[in-house]
Ligand binder design. Structure first.
Ligand code: ZN
Length: 259
């Protein structure tokens, strides 16, 4: 019969103690390995994210640049900027289409203009195009008439010209000479003044003109940039894409072509 001996017991503890120490060592090594794997994987994920982000940002930057180039092409016929500092070139070619009421517009905007007028009429409205393409001579006579009417208040011809230019563009600087602008009034209210904005026709046009490629060219808060006072009747064709962007952002053509 085996009897329990104290030396056997201490030997058992010695062996058991060595085993525990071994396990601890192994556990520490495993922990270290786990840490290395964790940091390695984290670093790889971060690198991957930075890489993807870099590509996406570069792509966005590139497409932004392309958009800017596309938008900044002020020489595109529909985005041509005409104002006091951007006169119409001497030999600007123009192909006109005559409307039913005798007015003329650039042939390229005829279809969209017609569609816009038809859509307004189908809503029971009565918009009336009271001015569209003007020759340089016509523009000159309108401008001269305005200068004369300003002479009373202005002390000099120079001052009268300055005042007149806020209301009527000097010849060579009016969009009407491009055939891309139309003045539209309500049949029931044909005055070219601020009251025009209250007519159902203007309310509809301001809301829907961009769907047909037109913008309200001289908004009330952009006179500093356009050089022309608020005209809630003057619509300019710029094409549907540009029109929707301009009206959505509440900017003027000067700002759009410089974006
Ligand atoms: Zn006008």
């Amino acid at each position: 019969m085996n009897r329990y001996r104290p030396e056997q017991r201490s030997a058992y503890y010695r062996v058991s103690g060595r085993e525990t120490e071994k396990h601890r060592k192994a556990a520490r090594q495993q922990k270290r390995k786990d840490k290395i794997v964790f940091y390695g994987v984290s670093a790889a994920i971060i690198c991957l994210l930075v890489f993807i982000c870099g590509f996406t940002c570069a792509d966005r930057y590139r497409s932004g640049q392309e958009q800017t180039v596309e938008r900044a092409d002020a020489s595109a016929w529909n985005l041509r900027l005409v104002n006091a500092s951007h006169p119409i070139p001497e030999s600007y070619p123009i192909d006109l289409t005559v409307l039913k009421n005798g007015q003329s517009v650039d042939s390229r905007i005829y279809r969209d203009l017609q569609d816009m007028m038809d859509a307004a009429r189908s809503e029971g409205l009565s918009p009336l195009i009271c001015s569209s393409y003007r020759t340089a001579e016509k523009q000159r006579s309108l401008y001269e008439a305005k200068v004369v009417s300003c002479m009373g208040q202005a002390g000099s011809r120079e001052e009268a010209e300055k005042q007149a230019a806020v209301w009527v563009a000097p010849p060579g600087t009016s969009e009407h000479e491009l055939g891309l602008a139309v003045d539209i009034v309500a049949e029931s209210y044909q005055l070219l003044d601020k009251g025009q904005e209250e007519t159902p026709e203007q309310k509809w046009l301001m809301e829907h003109c961009s769907e047909y490629g037109f913008i309200l060219r001289y908004p009330s808060d952009k006179s500093d940039m356009t050089g022309i006072s608020y005209e809630p009747w003057h619509y300019r064709y710029v094409g549907k894409e540009a029109a929707e962007e301009i009206m959505r952002q509440g900017i003027c053509l000067e700002e759009y072509v410089q974006m």
